[in-house]
Design a protein around this ligand. Structure first.
Ligand SMILES: [Zn+2]
Length: 102
C-alpha cells in the first residue's frame, strides 16, 4: 500500500526539524536525512469497492493516480519552499513548465 503523501510530507517536516535541532550543521548529510525519511510508514488502506486509498490518519481519500499526483506536487513544493512566490498555483505552473522543458 502506498504511504499517505500528506501525512508523509508532514512527518518529513517533523523529522527534518528534529534532525536539524539535534545535528550540528557540519555533521548533517542529505543521505542521513533521506534514510530517516525512508523509515516513515503511513500506509493507506484500500477500499476495494471504490478502488480508492484511504488514510486513517488524515482522512485523505484518493485513487492511486491522485496519490502519486499529490506526492509529486508536495515534492515539488518541498524543493521550491524557499521560493518567495511559493503559492500553490505558482509552483504548479512552474512544475508543469519544467516538465515540458525537460
Ligand atoms: Zn494521511
Amino acid at each position: 500500500m502506498p504511504n499517505c503523501p500528506e501525512c508523509t510530507s508532514r512527518e518529513k517536516k517533523k523529522i527534518q526539524a528534529k534532525y536539524e535541532a539535534e545535528t550540528p550543521e557540519e555533521d548533517r548529510g542529505r543521505d542521513d536525512l533521506y534514510k530517516l525519511f525512508d523509515e516513515i510508514e503511513i500506509p493507506m488502506k484500500m477500499d476495494s469497492a471504490t478502488k480508492h486509498f484511504i488514510c486513517k490518519r488524515c482522512g485523505l481519500y484518493a485513487t492511486r493516480e491522485q496519490v502519486s499526483d499529490i506526492r509529486y506536487k508536495l515534492n515539488q513544493k518541498e524543493k521550491t519552499r524557499d521560493d518567495k512566490h511559493d503559492d500553490y498555483l505558482d509552483w504548479w505552473q512552474k512544475s508543469k513548465k519544467e516538465k515540458a522543458e525537460s
